[in-house]
Design a binder for this molecule. Structure first.
Ligand SMILES: Nc1ncnc2c1ncn2[C@@H]1O[C@H](COP(=O)(O)OP(=O)(O)O)[C@@H](O)[C@H]1O
Ligand SMILES: [Mg+2]
Length: 431
């Protein structure tokens, strides 16, 4: 039987900057854990690898192993606690229809006008009535399935796409198209007690000024007061109340508590906060922001989440700002060069001064080194930390510029100019 004791072994499942941020936070723990990364993220293969010498605790970065039932098998077959929900709880991310229906059933606010279609009856009439709409595949698509009218498709293309999804998946979600500013609220929970992280804003578009194709996320920021400049007090309270209510609804609906991180993707609109989607884990890059300033012991916190004792655990974050900029191979995301060298050696002084943290992602080297070969996706997350957003942005920008190789990053993330645009947009919508 494992226990929370000094020198405990902690396995980290995931091969991304998010999981590296989890690992780095664990490695700061006064419990001095022995951290270990399985060689794969495939649930079945991870289980086989961990079975030989089961760790005391497992933390899972990405959603796929959770949706495949990794937490269930770790706990039921190996008796190992998992920071990450069971398969039935991970459905909050794995099925967008189920998530919308859970909110509606439990009377939780935040759903946009929407309908779940399981056959095409009434589909075209609904699209026409909405005018501007969003079409969402039900399941995991790696951020590549959602299509927005005006941007990706017109009404007849929308009907065609929705019909195709009903045919392939048996279900499709159609929603009104909202106008506003997106932000994430990541909540650590043991299924009863919730501890909210600072709000984060991610940037999905590839290029400066929010232009170009969608990506996994080019970077993100938090501000020292843990809110965001375009989010008002009511918005923040509303988002927190929605996450709290969903934690309770999951326990009531499924008969057992959710353990891990519940990530609410929200949009601040002229009519308050709306829920875009739920994820069953930290965001990538959003994890790198909040974990870089987590003041509490992540090993103790994640242990408390799995043992349902979070009530006794303080979860606090430094009152500092963070800016994450992802360094990506040239050509990412449409035609990324693969195999090129990326060199972060010149960042040593910035890291040494504590102004910058580095988290390797799609590279083929051991984390901890300064050079690696890129494998085609987002390669390196550089996170600037400072007393103000300006300081954090300058640190991140300086760091990103010092990275060597055929790489690029978005220079505008966390800048005053971009923030000003967000604030103006919200002021216009609220007036
Ligand atoms: N109802 C909506 N109104 C406007 N934009 C939306 C809406 N739903 C989703 N989007 C946009 O599409 C993106 C992807 O949708 P999301 O539900 O987060 O799915 P996923 O992350 O699985 O691709 C969102 O980040 C947002 O920019
Ligand atoms: Mg999303």
């Amino acid at each position: 039987m494992s226990s929370l004791r000094p020198g405990l072994s902690v396995a980290l499942v995931g091969k991304d900057a998010r999981t590296e941020a989890l690992a780095a936070a664990c490695e700061r723990s006064p419990l001095e854990p022995r951290t270990y990364r399985p060689s794969t993220t495939d649930a079945v293969a991870v289980l086989a690898e961990l079975r030989k010498d089961p760790p005391d605790l497992v933390l899972v970065g990405p959603e796929a192993p959770l949706c495949a039932g990794l937490a269930d098998r770790l706990e039921d077959e190996l008796g190992v606690p998992c920071f990450g929900p069971r398969q039935r709880h991970a459905r909050i991310e794995g099925s967008k229809a189920w998530a919308r229906e859970l909110l509606a059933k439990h009377g939780i606010g935040g759903n946009p006008e929407h309908r779940v279609f399981r056959d095409p009856t009434g589909l075209t009439g609904y699209l026409h009535a909405l005018g501007e709409f969003v079409i969402k595949p039900d399941g995991l698509t790696g951020g590549k399935g959602v299509k927005v009218s005006g941007e990706h498709l017109d009404e007849s293309e929308g009907a065609e796409y929705a019909r195709a999804l009903i045919e392939s998946d048996g279900v499709v979600v159609i929603e009104e198209k909202l106008d506003g500013e997106e932000f994430s609220l990541q909540t650590i929970t043991d299924g009863r007690t919730t501890r909210h992280c600072p709000l984060v804003q991610d940037h999905k578009r590839a290029f400066e000024g929010d232009l170009g194709p969608n990506t996994g996320g080019m970077g993100s920021y938090t501000v020292a007061d843990h809110s965001l400049p375009f989010v008002n007090r009511e918005d923040m309270a509303q988002a927190q109340a929605i996450n709290d209510a969903v934690v309770n609804a999951l326990a009531a609906e499924l008969g057992s508590p959710y353990h891990g991180v519940l990530y609410g993707g929200f949009m601040a609109t002229g009519e308050g906060v709306k829920l875009i989607e739920y994820n069953a884990r930290f965001g990538d890059p959003e994890a790198t922001n909040v974990l870089s300033i987590l003041a509490s012991d992540l090993v103790a916190v994640s242990w408390a989440a799995t043992s349902e004792t979070l009530e006794r655990e303080d979860v606090s974050f430094d009152q500092r700002a963070t800016v994450c900029k992802y360094v990506v191979p040239e050509g990412y995301p449409t035609a990324p060069a693969s195999g090129g060298l990326i060199d972060a050696t010149d960042l040593k002084p910035l890291v040494g001064e504590g102004r910058v943290r580095l988290y390797w992602a799609a590279v083929d080297a051991d984390p901890g080194g300064w050079r690696a070969r890129m494998t085609g996706s987002r390669a390196l997350a550089v996170v600037g930390v400072g007393d103000s957003l300006e300081q954090a942005e300058q640190a991140a920008e300086e760091a990103a510029q010092r990275v060597g190789g055929a790489v690029r990053h978005r220079s505008d993330i966390g800048t005053a100019a971009l923030l000003h645009k967000r604030v103006e947009h919200m002021e216009k919508l609220r007036s």
